[in-house]
Structures are given as structure tokens and as C-alpha cells.
Design a protein around this ligand. Structure first.
Ligand code: ADP
Ligand code: MG
Length: 757
């Protein structure tokens, strides 16, 4: 769903029942029409005497009967979430009588991955999309708010030991309108989230905080409106643009729309129902006003619900409504009310627009850079036009030394640009480049002869496969330009690692058949380490062998002690962690490819520079010749004009190559970031797996707390290829565990700090 103007999208979802009101509710095969035949009871006559039958026909965007959670999500919510990535706000609301399936649609079952609803599925889509859109950097924040009896409550208000003394007042939340931002909820906590699992954990936390009351129709029915919001901000990684887009995604689970009399509510429940009915009836009034183009005033401010939803109902927003109905005969009145509401909602016009912003700081930076470039252009231009303001004195020793240092810094990457000051300086810069190239060529010759000597002696060969992906680049860099100290160190480590690996492989082949990892395990088990002494660092998949080979004290095998982490890590990589491990490998491959592109572009850039150098020196020669003759013959101007044209073309080419190089470098940075993320994820997943497999007594106690939970949701339900299923399960366990710990200690702890994965 992009930004097409049109009407609110309305779907009806029918809760499955064994007593479906056949003959009274009819869904037509077009999948869009519901007919309702209703015989209203006449209160004045006896029960058996009914009024004349009436029929209504409702045509909507879709009728969802006996449709899975997945399909409902794909048809209703998926396009709205997709639109949010392009900068469009989106709102999905569930409306209907209590027990009709609003919460089932919005949140779904928290105990079953398959039956999860819009919110967890939207989180999955958001994080998958973020992984897919590598050209953009995203920030995601979420909030979860409840409106209960006209009071706004933050379902995720941060409660920490420090904050316990002065917890934020739930009544402190206020709906406000800010110029340029529309409606905002002052005081509502916004939680940055970096992974699907962390976001799901917050969702479960909030879900547990919802106020639920026992009810005649549905014991767990929620008596409040809930608004889950995701704030997404995206910025281009490749274009150094000051522009960025934001969007807000609101998923709204409205409280039940049933009539008071039917539920038999009294006391507190009656008060709740009164508030609910009031806010829903104002919601209807608002919708009516919005649908009526002649109405100038829309009464958004009448209730907290309509005020909070102002931007979502009548703003620049993709809005979709799911009308949940309970298709049994006894609920026909409510079904009819819900369908009438749906029909009115369908008439509301929407005009979605992209939320585009300009980052003033970036804009200033960009303009400053442009200014510097223009000044340089001006300077060259002045020089070529023999402008007298430019320095003509030969450069001093000190100036030449300074230029030499600048060029060195430029070559090793610590200086991004060399600014052009005068033609003499340009000459000196090129001379320095020439010198650097010559030096490098000499080094290459020495390196080549060294490596052929090493080969002859059967010495070390580089093994790039097992390194962290830098090996290929560094190998090339060894014969290329400048290798930084850290690169050199990494290379040294890789060499050692390879040496060790080779000796290990040689050793393990004598021990019989087996996988590469089990071979390594056999080898390592001969010098088993104590489990508790195994350090985190050892697990860095970047250089597992390098770390294993560090001279650890050789201890006799201890059959009772658990296997060391490094042994298990290899098994984990080909077993339960194979997916993330292979993603890591793929990312490394992309990184290598991008790095080689950087090298290629750098070479091309240098070649263009060389040509500019040549043209510049020719121009200079001509100038000197003219100065010597002290005359300007007409024929001498001719070749200079051609040269100047060539110079300007070369400069354009140079700039293009420079931009391309800059972009690919940005990609390299991002790939490095991804590789790092994968590595961290691999290690953290391994840690969890290892702890579960080899439990210490304390850990066992904690797992016992979770055991009920695990029984309710057998692992078998997870499709093996869905990491999301694991996130869902992990997040639920985390929430459950936290709750259990709280229950035991009688003390509410801080929501765990979220870490980027
Ligand atoms: P509401 O939020 O509208 O009050 P719920 O979503 O809590 O209603 O649904 C009430 C009950 O009906 C829940 O137990 C839920 O699991 C079940 N239910 C609702 N819709 C469906 C559906 N489409 N498929 C299966 N079960 C459903
Ligand atoms: Mg509900």
C-alpha cells in the first residue's frame, strides 16, 4: 500500500463457530459481500411473533471467513507495514463486539506462534524489511498505550529500581497537538528496538499489563482500547542526503462494542462499559463527520480515543478497519451494528502522504562541502586564467615537506581530500604521488620474489577461507598500497591460525573418519580446558583456531566436566547454528567482493589522476615556453584549448569515480557492520544453546520456572526454517521468566536493557 488517495480499507472477519447463523448471514462467493437477513423481535408482541424480515447487503474490500491468521495478515496488514517503509503512516483497527476476535486478530495467541496476530507479524515484517533494505539505516521505536475509562496508561512505562521511588504517573499521559507533528502523547515512553526478539519481548510485557476483566461473554475480554505504535525512521546510507523519512504505524485493538444490557454488567464493569460505549459512540460520530464532506468541524477532542487517533482517522494515513463479527444468530444485532459501522468507515476518504524531513545539520554539512569544492574549482580556474591573486613563488622546503605529509595521509586514508591551493602545489602533489607509486612498485618486486622463495621452501600459504573475510583483502593489500597496523596484526593472527589449522588437520587425519569439526574436537579434547575458565573471547568465530592454539596449560581429560565451549562451537556451527553461520559466511563473501571493488575503483581513480598530472604538466610547459618567448603566437593557443577541454573532462571523470568509490566504501562499512552483527548473534545463540545443553545447578532452577511454559508450547510447532518462531518463543520465555522472578521476589525489575544484535 503506497500513498493512493481513496477510502479507508474495510474488511470483515467472521469468528468461526459451530453454530453459524445459516440463512441469516450469507457470504457471497465474490469474497466481498455479506448479506444479513434479520427479523427484528417486536417488543410489543409475543416472542414467537417476529417483525417482517429485513435484509442488508454490505460490500467491503474483503470478507474473511475461515481464513488463517497468516492470510488475514497478508491481505490486511502487510501492505500497510510496507507503506510505512516508504514513509506513509499506517493504522489498522479492529472493531466489533466483545468475543468477536479483535484481540485474536491484533495480538493473536501469545502461546502459539502459528496463531500470532498482526502485532508480532508486523514486527517480523519490519525487521525482515530492515535486513533487506541494506541501503538504508533504520531506527525503530515502539510504544504501547491503553485507554481505560478515559485514562491513558503507558503499558511499557519503564519501571526500574531507581525509578521505583517516583514511578511516572499513569495519569500524566496527555494527548497534545504539536505544530508539524500532529497529535502526540506527552509522557508516553518510546522504546528503541533493535531486534525482533526484543520487540516481541516488549509486546509480551505490555500484553501482560493489559487490564482484563471477567465478562459474561468472554472471561478474558479486554475492557480497554489498546494502541500499539511503531515509529520508523529511515535514512539513506549511500546518498549523503539530508533528507530522511519517518512513519508511524498504529495497530489499534478497540474495546468491545456490545450493548450494555446484553452483558449483564454491574458495578465496575458497568462503569467500564459506559466509558467504552461513550468512546465508541464518539468514534462513530467522528467517522460520520469525516465521511460528510460538508461538515467543517470534526469532534476529535470529545474523547481520548478519537483525539489520540486523530491523525490515524482523518490524517495523511493508510487506514484499514477489520470489523470482527460473531456469526451466531444470537449476536445478529451486534453483527448488524458492526457492519453499519464498517459501511460508514468505508466512506471516509484518506490522502496518505510521505513524511519527508530535512536534517538541518546534514544540510549544513553538505552545503559546506559544496562550498569547499566550489572554492577549489575557483582556485584552479583562477590559476589557469593567470589570475594574479594566486601565489607564483616557488614552494619552500617546508611547504614541500608539508605536501609530502599530506599525500602520505591521503594514501593511508587518514585524510579524505587534498585541497588545491595553487598550480605549484598541484605539481608538487603529483610529484609526491609519482614517488609513492615508484616506491610501491619497488616493494612489489621485493614481495613477489620473497613469496616465490617461500613457495619454493613449502612454507606458509595464506588461508583466506577460515579468516573473517579480511584475508582476501589483506593478501591483496600486501602487494598493494598501504596496510594499517591493525590489518597487519590481523594478518599475522590469520597466518598463525592457518599454520595451526594445517598442523591440526594433518594430525586428525590419522585418527580416522569424521567431520571437520569432530576432527578438531578430537584434537582439542586432548588438552581439555576447564568449562568455567573458558573465556568469551575464545568463542570469537573470527579466529577460533587462532585462539585454540594459544598455549593453554595442557590438562588431563576430565570425563565428568562438560566439553569446552570451543569444542561445542564447531558442532554448533554445523548443527543448530548452521543457519546463522551460513548467513555469516554469505555476508563475508559479499564483504570480500565489495572490498575488491573498492580496490578496483581506487586503481581507476589513480589512473585518471595520472592523466590529469600529464595534462597539467603539458599545460605548464606551454606556459613556460610562452613566457620564455615573451610572446603569444596564435597557433600556441590552439593546443592549450584542447588540453583544457581534456583536463575538464578528466576532472569530471575523476569526480564520478570518486563518488562511486565513496558509495562502495559506504557499502563496505555496512557489510562490516552486518558481519559483526552476525558474529555477535552466532556467539549469543551459541551461548544460549550451550547453557541449555550443559546446565549448572543455578541455571537448572531458572529453567524449571520456564518448564510449564515450554510444555504449553511444544518446540515441534516451530517450523525449522523460521528464525522468527525462535524469537517469538525466546521473547515469551523471557517475559514469563521475568514475571516469575518478580512473583518470587515481590519486586518489579527494570525492563531489560535492549542491545543491538
Ligand atoms: P475480542 O478481543 O473481540 O473480545 P478475542 O479476540 O479475545 O475477542 O476472541 C475471543 C475468543 O475467540 C478467543 O479465545 C479467541 O481465541 C477466539 N477466536 C476469535 N476469533 C477467532 C478465530 N478467527 N479463529 C479462532 N479463534 C478465534
Ligand atoms: Mg479483546
Amino acid at each position: 500500500m503506497k500513498g493512493h488517495s481513496g477510502n479507508v480499507g474495510v474488511f470483515v472477519r467472521i469468528r468461526p463457530t459451530a453454530h453459524f447463523a445459516q440463512g441469516l448471514v450469507e457470504c457471497l462467493p465474490d469474497g466481498q459481500t455479506v448479506n444479513i437477513y434479520h427479523r427484528r423481535d417486536s417488543k410489543k408482541t409475543q416472542d414467537s411473533i417476529k417483525g417482517p424480515p429485513s435484509s442488508w447487503s454490505f460490500r467491503l474490500e474483503g470478507v474473511l471467513q475461515d481464513v488463517s491468521q497468516e492470510e488475514v495478515y497478508d491481505r490486511v496488514c502487510h501492505p500497510v507495514v510496507q507503506g510505512a517503509f516508504d514513509g506513509y503512516n499506517g493504522t489498522v483497527m479492529c472493531f466489533g463486539q466483545t468475543g468477536a476476535g479483535k484481540t485474536y486478530t491484533m495480538t493473536g495467541s501469545t502461546k502459539s506462534y502459528k496463531q500470532r496476530g498482526f502485532i508480532p507479524r508486523a514486527l517480523q515484517q519490519v525487521f525482515q524489511e530492515i535486513e533487506r533494505r541494506t541501503d538504508f539505516s533504520f531506527s525503530v521505536q515502539l510504544s504501547f498505550m491503553e485507554i481505560y475509562n478515559e485514562t491513558l496508561l503507558d503499558l511499557l512505562s519503564p519501571v526500574s529500581p531507581q525509578q521505583d521511588s517516583a514511578p511516572p504517573s499513569p495519569r500524566g499521559l496527555v494527548v497534545m497537538e504539536e505544530p508539524g507533528r500532529g497529535v502526540v502523547i506527552k509522557g508516553l515512553s518510546l522504546h528503541p528496538v533493535f531486534s525482533e526478539e526484543d520487540a516481541l519481548h516488549l509486546m509480551f510485557e505490555a500484553d501482560m499489563n493489559r487490564i482484563t476483566g471477567s465478562h459474561a461473554l468472554n472471561r478474558n475480554s479486554s475492557r480497554s482500547h489498546c494502541i500499539f505504535s511503531l515509529h520508523i525512521e529511515s535514512r539513506s546510507r549511500t546518498l549523503s542526503e539530508a533528507k530522511y523519512v519517518t512513519s508511524k504505524l498504529s495497530l489499534v485493538d478497540l474495546a468491545g462494542s456490545e450493548r450494555l444490557g446484553k452483558t449483564g454488567s454491574e458495578g465496575q464493569m458497568l462503569k467500564e462499559s459506559t466509558y467504552i460505549n461513550k468512546s465508541l459512540s464518539f468514534l462513530e460520530q467522528t467517522i460520520l463527520a469525516l465521511a460528510d464532506r460538508r461538515r467543517e468541524h470534526v469532534p476529535f477532542r470529545q474523547t481520548k480515543l478519537t483525539h489520540a487517533l486523530k491523525n490515524s482517522l482523518g490524517g495523511n494515513c493508510n487506514t484499514v478497519l477489520v470489523a470482527n463479527v460473531y456469526g451466531e444468530a444470537e449476536h445478529l444485532d451486534e453483527t448488524l451494528c458492526t457492519m453499519h459501522f464498517a459501511r460508514r468507515m468505508k466512506k471516509v476518504k484518506i490522502q496518505p502522504a510521505v513524511n519527508e524531513h530535512l536534517d538541518p545539520a546534514l544540510q549544513v554539512k553538505k552545503l559546506q562541502k559544496e562550498l569547499v569544492t566550489l572554492k577549489e574549482e575557483m582556485s584552479i580556474h583562477n590559476t589557469l586564467l593567470k589570475n594574479q591573486s594566486v601565489e607564483h613563488e616557488p614552494l619552500s622546503e617546508a611547504q614541500l615537506a608539508e605536501i609530502s605529509t599530506e599525500v602520505q595521509c591521503y594514501l593511508d586514508g587518514s585524510l579524505m581530500e587534498i585541497s588545491v591551493k595553487s598550480i605549484r602545489q598541484v605539481e608538487a602533489v603529483f610529484t609526491q604521488f609519482k614517488l609513492a607509486v615508484q616506491k610501491q612498485e619497488q616493494k612489489d618486486v621485493i614481495c613477489n620474489s620473497c613469496s616465490s622463495m617461500k613457495k619454493d621452501h613449502g612454507a606458509v600459504t595464506w588461508d583466506v577461507k577460515e579468516s573473517d573475510g579480511r584475508g582476501g583483502t589483506e593478501e591483496a593489500e600486501a602487494g598493494g598500497s598501504v596496510a594499517t597496523d591493525s590489518h597487519k596484526q590481523t594478518r599475522r593472527a590469520n597466518t598463525t591460525a592457518t599454520k595451526t589449522k594445517k598442523s591440526k588437520d594433518k594430525h586428525s587425519t590419522t585418527q580416522g573418519e569424521g567431520s571437520a569439526s569432530s576432527k578438531k574436537r578430537c584434537e582439542t579434547s586432548s588438552r581439555k580446558q576447564n568449562y568455567s575458565q573458558t573465556s568469551e573471547k575464545e568463542l570469537d568465530p573470527q579466529e577460533p583456531e587462532a585462539q585454540n592454539q594459544e598455549a593453554q596449560p595442557v590438562e588431563p581429560a576430565q570425563p565428568e566436566s562438560p566439553p569446552t565451549k570451543s569444542e561445542c562451537f564447531e558442532d554448533f556451527k554445523v548443527g543448530p547454528g548452521s543457519k546463522i553461520s551460513s548467513i555469516l559466511k554469505e555476508n563475508k563473501a559479499v564483504l570480500l567482493e565489495r572490498r575488491s571493488l573498492v580496490r578496483q575503483l581506487t586503481e581507476e581513480l589513480n589512473a585518471v589522476k595520472g592523466e590529469i598530472d600529464t595534462v597539467m604538466s603539458t599545460l605548464l610547459q606551454h606556459k613556460q615556453m610562452r613566457a620564455a618567448r615573451d610572446e603569444y603566437p596564435a597557433e600556441a593557443e590552439e593546443p592549450d584549448a584542447a588540453l583544457l577541454l581534456q583536463l575538464s573532462e578528466l576532472k569530471t571523470l575523476y569526480r564520478q569515480r570518486h563518488v562511486a568509490l565513496h558509495d562502495v566504501k559506504a557499502e563496505v562499512n555496512y557489510c562490516e557492520h552486518l558481519v559483526h552483527q552476525c558474529r555477535v548473534r552466532l556467539v549469543s545463540e551459541f551461548e544460549t544453546w550451550y547453557k541449555t545443553a550443559f546446565l549448572s545447578p543455578e541455571e537448572k532452577t531458572l529453567t524449571l520456572i520456564q518448564s510449564d511454559d515450554t510444555e504449553q508450547q511444544p518446540q515441534a510447532e516451530f517450523p525449522p526454517d523460521a528464525p522468527s518462531a525462535q524469537f517469538f518463543h525466546n521473547a515469551r520465555c523471557r517475559t514469563q521468566k521475568r514475571r516469575d522472578v518478580q512473583a518470587h521476589s515481590g519486586y518489579r525489575k527494570l525492563l531489560p536493557t535492549l542491545h543491538a544484535t
